[in-house]
Design a protein around this ligand. Sequence first.
Ligand SMILES: C[S@@+](CC[C@H](N)C(=O)[O-])C[C@H]1O[C@@H](n2cnc3c(N)ncnc32)[C@H](O)[C@@H]1O
Length: 235
Amino acid sequence: MEEGLSENETTDFCCAEKFVLSYEDADKYWSVQEPTINGMLGGFGNLSTIDIQGSEKFLIPLLKKIDAPSRQKAIDCGAGIGRITKHFLTKLFASVDMVEQCSKLTAQAEILLKGNQKVGRIFNKGLQDFEPEKELYDLIWIQWVLIYLTDEDLVSFLKRCKKALKPRGIIVVKENVTSSPDPEPDHEDSSVTRPEETLEDLFSRASLRIIKKQQQHRFPQELFKVQMYALRPDQ
Ligand SMILES: C[S@@+](CC[C@H](N)C(=O)[O-])C[C@H]1O[C@@H](n2cnc3c(N)ncnc32)[C@H](O)[C@@H]1O
């Protein structure tokens, strides 16, 4: 750890600007957000349906290909209250686990998803510490959460995800990207939005190759561009 930093703070030097990401601050931020779809989407709850439709359009063709993953087991990473699990993943997979750092949100997810037989385990952990079980998942869905991880933790988490894939399994990352040349920190929620090239470089550092890439359409112009990536181990 660097001098002057508390235990939960880490720095990245992937760009010209030095910034600090704190997992503790991100957790504090999410603990006081409304545990609703609107709260999960920063006041843009009205975009949830468009987001899910974009995800379906991206994923379903991959599930029909010759080398498609099976539809047994998925995990929703940075799952919040389980918006994606409820409205998307449990409609396509027999069983869906969730992992989320904020305990207030996992508690709400337990309530909202009670009785849904397709919901499996709900892990209350930060992705930086999460060790998914080896060769368990057909799909690992990671949406709007990599912005909270340092470069180093992001790469190491993706490497663990790679080991957690079943044969023919895929990882999907759906994330905001900036059109500016440098990563853009947001001190309010302790996050960083990266340029596409930076994110793609981190995928290749985790030895993952992009098998499909598509932009989310029909989002307001003033928001960050959102990219979807399907990734597989680089053999
Ligand atoms: C913008 S919300 C998105 C929630 C969900 N993916 C969705 O699209 O509805 C970001 C989520 O990431 C979670 N999060 C932030 N940092 C995290 C970390 N280090 N590990 C796991 N989850 C984290 C937050 O608590 C919050 O639930």
